[in-house]
Design a protein around this ligand. Sequence first.
Ligand code: GLP
Length: 241
Amino acid sequence: MDIRVFDSDCEIGKAAAQIIIDCIKTKEKPVLGLATGASPVPTYKCLIDAYNKGEISFKNVTTFNLDEYCGIPASDKNSYYTFMHENLFNHIDISEDNVNIPSGNPENVEEFCSAYDKKIKDAGGIDVQVLGIGRNGHIGFNEPAEKFTKGTYKVSLTESTIEANMIYFDSPDDVPREAVTMGVESILDAKEIILIAEGAAKAQAVHDMIKGAVSPSCPASILQRHNNVHIFLDREAAALL
Ligand code: GLP
């Protein structure tokens, strides 16, 4: 694991964006795995800057997002569809045809999920996957469980995750309790992974991910088994290492 501790989220953003920029510059058809949440926002800002400076184009880039809430429409202000468009896609030259975000409300969940996994495979797999981490060690929306999950599936969120997500919603009753997420195995299939964690609330999860046993009780710990992972942390998130 390439573990780096930075002084600011802006520096984390620069370092993470550089890996993605290198991928976009070197691959003919780059495939990016993208995450929502506060952690990757500075990275997306740096990517938008690089695009505005003419350093990179997203014309040949395909993206797959990790997850989406169930029970709210894509047009909702809190959907991950809206988040990704506001924080990245609306500001770059990516073709909407190349943007893939799981549907949170598919008619047939199983069919949708296997088609999503197939689309990732058909695109050649994910070159660089961006990840955040939940306070309980979740990645995507893969919550602590008895087994590591495989492909994309519909999941019930834990109380800790629902509580963490509350800050974005007007009322606690509005917070979705289910989501569609890529599974742990699909995340691990990515050729290169960048996990970003910031703030003291992530310190225990970061510790367990890096120093703990590889266990589905801390889904992020599986990253110890991947051979090309970058973990970018601020000082607070790294406090227990
Ligand atoms: C949600 C998302 C995750 C994200 C996590 C952390 O649970 N599904 O993909 O990593 O939040 O978010 P933040 O970066 O805001 O702390």
